[in-house]
Design a protein around this ligand. Structure first.
Ligand SMILES: [Zn+2]
Length: 414
C-alpha cells in the first residue's frame, strides 16, 4: 500500500452506476489520486494498515458531482450591469476564489465553465493555488453581432465580458476563426449562442442567433481538434432546432423545446442541460434592468410549460445550474428541480454524475466510483435518493474529496 492513500469506510455506497445503495461500503483512493477499490467493507481486499482512514459513520458515499453549466468568474450576476461595469477587472477575477470554493464545498468536484473563466483560473485550481473543482473552460462564447453575446448598447457603450478573447462572429469563416482562437486560448469546449437571452440588452430569447451553417462550422472546427464538443445556449424553439441540426453536443436551457426537436435529439444523442435552477429563480426586481426582469418572468413560465415533457421523453439529461447567474454553492438545488420536473431521483443523481461525465467526454476519469477514475467522492448525511431536496443545503454534504485530497470534512466535528 503506497503512502498517502485514503480509505473512506463504513458508509452506504452509491457507486453512480445506477444500482441501489449498498450498506457498509467503502472507497479506497490510492496515492496517485485514483480509485483503487470500491465495495462492501467485508471485501476490502488488502491489509490497509498504512492508509489514512475516515469512518463516514453510515452516511452516504457518492461520486463527486459535476455541474455542466457554471460561470465561476461571475460572482454576482444579480448586480446592476452599470454598477458592475465600474468594478476593477482584478476584483471580478478574484471573486472566482470564493465561487470556486463554494462550488467545491457544495459537493461539485468538476465543472464545465461556459463563459468567463480563462486558462489562468483553471491553472490556479489545478496547481492548488486556490481550492475549486476540476474545470473545463469555454473562455468566451461565440455569438452573432447583436446577439446574446453582444452587450453593446445603441449608444455604443459596451458593458460586456471584459475578455481578452472577443467572441462575436458573423459567417462561417469568422465562426471557424473564433473557434480556433478559443482553442488557442485553452478552451476545452466551445460555447455558442444559438438564440438571444434574458441578460443581453437588445434581443429576445426567441431571436435566433448563429445560423445552422455557422453552428455546423464551429462544430466541425471543434471536432477537428481531438473531438472537442460544442454547447449551445438556446432558449427559443427555432434556435434550439438550429443548434441540434448544426450538431452541438448539448442544448443549454432549452426552455421552449418542442417534440420535433426532442425526436431529433433522441436520434443524435444530443444532451439537454435544462438549467432549472435559473429557470425557476425570479430575479431581484430592485437590481436587474427592467427589460431583463420582464424577459426572465416570461421565460420562466415557458420553461415550466415545455421542459417537463422533454425531460421525461428519454432524451439524455445532464445537470447544469447556470451558477453565476444564480448564486454559487447551491448547485445541488438542480437535483430537486429535476425531480420536480418529473425526473426519477436516481436518474437525477446520474444526471449529476455519470451522464454529466459522458457529456463532458470525461467518462474515463469522473462520474462514478469505479476503479481507475479520480478519487472524487462526496459524503452526504441524508439519503440522496429519498431526501434529494436536502442536498441544496451544502451542510448536508459533509465530506468532499477531490483526487484523493480532503477539501471539506464536517465529520471530524461529530
Ligand atoms: Zn450560462
Amino acid at each position: 500500500m503506497t503512502a498517502g492513500a485514503l480509505l473512506l469506510e463504513h458508509g452506504t455506497l452509491i457507486e453512480g452506476l445506477g444500482s441501489p445503495a449498498s450498506v457498509d461500503g467503502g472507497v479506497l483512493v490510492g496515492a496517485d489520486g485514483r480509485i483503487q477499490w470500491a465495495g462492501a467493507m467485508t471485501e476490502l481486499p488488502l491489509n490497509a494498515s498504512s492508509v489514512d482512514r475516515i469512518d463516514v459513520q453510515g452516511n452516504w458515499i457518492l461520486p463527486g458531482f459535476i455541474d455542466t453549466h457554471v460561470h465561476l468568474s461571475n460572482a454576482d450576476a444579480q448586480r446592476d450591469p452599470f454598477q458592475r461595469a465600474t468594478l476593477p477587472t482584478s476584483f471580478l477575477n478574484l471573486s472566482l476564489v470564493t465561487s470556486a470554493r463554494a462550488t467545491l464545498h457544495a459537493g461539485v468536484t468538476t465543472v464545465r465553465d461556459l463563459g468567463g473563466a480563462d486558462l489562468g483560473m483553471k491553472m490556479a485550481i489545478d496547481q492548488g493555488i486556490i481550492d475549486g473543482p476540476r474545470m473545463l473552460i469555454a473562455v468566451t462564447p461565440i455569438s452573432a453581432t447583436g446577439g446574446h453575446g453582444d452587450s453593446r448598447y445603441p449608444s455604443g457603450l459596451d458593458l460586456g465580458f471584459r475578455s481578452t478573447y472577443p467572441g462575436l462572429a458573423d459567417g462561417e469563416v469568422e465562426c471557424r476563426k473564433r473557434t480556433r482562437e478559443m482553442l488557442r486560448a485553452g478552451a476545452d469546449v466551445i460555447k455558442i449562442h444559438a438564440t438571444g437571452g434574458v441578460w443581453s440588452p437588445r434581443d429576445q430569447p426567441d431571436d435566433e442567433g448563429l445560423t445552422i451553417a455557422e453552428i455546423a462550422a464551429v462544430v466541425d472546427e471543434a471536432n477537428r481538434h481531438r473531438g472537442k464538443r460544442v454547447a449551445a445556449h438556446a432558449q427559443g424553439r427555432g434556435g434550439i432546432s438550429n443548434a441540434v441540426l448544426g450538431g452541438v453536443a448539448s442544448v443549454e436551457h432549452g426552455y421552449q423545446i418542442d417534440s420535433v426537436t426532442v425526436e431529433e435529439m433522441l436520434k443524435r444523442g444530443t444532451y439537454l442541460v435544462p438549467t432549472l435552477t435559473t429557470a425557476t429563480t425570479a430575479p431581484d426586481r430592485a437590481v436587474v434592468p427592467l427589460v431583463s426582469y420582464e424577459k426572465k418572468m416570461k421565460w420562466m413560465e415557458i420553461a415550466q410549460e415545455c421542459l417537463p415533457t422533454a425531460l421525461t421523453s428519454g432524451v439524455k439529461i445532464a445537470m447544469g445550474t447556470d451558477s453565476g447567474v444564480v448564486a454559487h454553492g447551491r448547485n445541488l438545488t438542480e437535483l430537486r428541480r429535476l425531480v420536480e420536473f418529473g425526473v426519477d431521483p436516481m436518474e437525477a443523481l446520474l444526471a449529476g454524475t455519470r451522464y454529466a461525465a459522458d457529456l463532458l467526454d470525461l467518462s474515463d476519469d469522473v462520474g462514478s466510483l469505479s476503479v481507475g477514475k479520480f478519487g472524487d467522492v462526496v459524503v452526504t448525511d441524508c439519503d440522496p435518493v429519498v431526501d434529494i431536496a436536502k442536498l441544496e443545503q451544502s451542510e448536508h454534504v459533509v465530506l468532499v474529496v477531490k483526487g484523493g485530497t480532503v477539501y471539506k470534512n464536517l465529520l471530524s466535528d461529530a
